[in-house]
Write a protein that binds this ligand. Structure first.
Ligand code: NAD
Ligand code: ZN
Ligand code: ZN
Length: 394
């Protein structure tokens, strides 16, 4: 906006100071956007399991504190840095943790969405252009000193703050008349799940699927498979409360590992007479990945891994098992190229091809962010939407 353009903004953010420490809502300073960067006022943000993973800090190599987490959001452009052409002040946007520069060897080909410059990198904590941060605090946590301290970025986005700065490659312009709260879901969970079904597995009509983990990501896989006409969608979750929601997303059969005396894959083999055509691992658990792999049909079964694995363990497969003709592949952001493919996906969602509304199970004010984390940890929410900034739509 004209009055803040080019100036440092002081605003509220939820800062993670250490693994599993409650986030602290505090005043921070947000620098103006540099070359090819955009400063965005965040309107709504929700919490994805990947935020929980970074916050718990299980993977020590990825730890970086203090840090502003969050990557699933919707906002409005406050100002743009030098050279930014595709968005302007006042545009409604969603952040994309897996960016698209449009020019690199990957962006210029159809095969992959893993942009060489801005693909998701859990280790990354600084801006590309100058290796600095755009966030800082003017007092240390205990308030004892007045030294400014840098605060790290997260997943190319950092959305648990009233204002954030992103590379312009990591934002997607959306229709200002679209339902903003629902558009925030396209920033991660729903695009990741639906895209895993549509772009990575390429689920076809009449085929069978098994989805392991019925959080937002797994349920979005189910919704994507339903929209593509899958004949059977088997949902697997250790939390039976997820099954009710699953019915809305087209899940036809439920398997709770806790109710079984045999491995889940044996149950799925029985249910389907030999295994499913596609399976999706959406829990982030390596042992579950093996169950998902063995649940597919010998000869052509295809497993897509979507979960993020905090463990140093490697793939739980013997190489000879691949001679059974099953395949296994990973999917980041559902294989979508954000800038070039998400606007069309958003249109399809608005037409009702994919239902978005059931994914928002809770709404809370920004100040209650720690309660929202707890809801996800306890398996009591799909997406809890936080209202980050008050705003008036023009
Ligand atoms: P979530 O916590 O909402 O859902 C996970 C579900 O898995 C829960 O319902 C839980 O009960 C179930 N579960 C956990 N362990 C299980 C087990 N052993 N057996 C059966 N069910 C089990 O999480 P989410 O936000 O839906 O994210 C799911 C995963 O996807 C996470 O690992 C997240 O980091 C990852 N993710 C990946 C991408 C990507 O681009 N690849 C994007 C977003 C999220
Ligand atoms: Zn996510
Ligand atoms: Zn690129």
């Amino acid at each position: 906006m004209a009055e803040t353009k080019g100036k440092v903004i002081t605003c509220k953010a939820a800062v993670a100071w250490g693994p599993k420490e409650p986030l602290v809502i505090q005043e921070i300073c947000v620098d103006p956007p540099q070359k090819m960067e955009v400063r965005v006022k965040i309107l709504y943000s929700s919490i994805c399991h990947t935020d929980l993973g970074a916050w718990t800090g299980v993977n020590e190599a990825e730890r970086a504190f203090p840090r502003i987490l969050g990557h699933e959001a919707v906002g409005v452009v406050e100002s743009v840095g030098e050279g930014v052409k595709d968005v302007k002040e006042g545009d409604y946007v969603i952040p994309a943790f897996n960016g698209e520069c449009g020019e690199c060897r990957v962006c210029t080909k159809e095969e992959s969405n893993l942009c060489e410059r801005y693909k998701v990198d859990p280790m990354k904590r600084l801006m590309v252009s100058d290796g600095g941060t755009r966030f800082s605090t003017t007092t240390t946590k205990d308030g004892g000193s007045c030294q400014s301290q840098p605060i790290y970025h997260f997943l190319n986005t950092s959305t648990f703050t009233e204002y954030t700065v992103l590379d312009s490659a990591c934002i997607v312009k959306i229709d200002p008349n679209a339902p903003l709260k629902q558009m925030s879901l396209l920033s991660c969970g729903v695009s990741t799940g639906v895209g895993a079904a549509w772009n990575t597995a390429k689920v076809k009509e009449g085929k069978t699927t098994a989805v392991f983990g019925l959080g937002s990501v797994g349920l979005a896989v189910a919704e994507g498979a339903r929209a593509r006409g899958a004949s059977r969608i088997i949902g697997v979750d250790a939390n039976a409360s997820k099954f009710e929601k699953g019915k809305l997303m087209g899940v036809t059969d439920f398997v709770n590992p806790k109710d079984l005396t045999k491995p889940v894959h044996e149950r799925i083999q029985e249910l389907t007479g030999g295994g499913v055509d596609y399976s999706f691992e959406c829990t982030g658990n390596v042992d579950v990945l093996r169950e998902a792999f063995l649940s597919t049909h010998v000869g052509w079964g295809s497993t897509v891994l979507v979960g993020i694995y905090q463990t140093p363990r490697t793939l739980p497969l013997h190489p000879m098992e691949l001679f059974d003709g099953r395949t296994i592949t990973g999917s980041i952001f559902g294989g979508f190229k954000p800038k070039s493919q998400l606007p069309d996906f958003a249109k399809q969602c608005m037409k009702g091809v994919v239902k978005l509304e059931p994914f928002i199970t809770n709404e809370l004010p920004f100040e209650k962010i720690n309660d929202a984390f707890q809801l996800l940890r306890d398996g009591k929410s799909l997406r809890c939407l936080l209202q980050i900034s008050k705003f008036l739509k023009k």
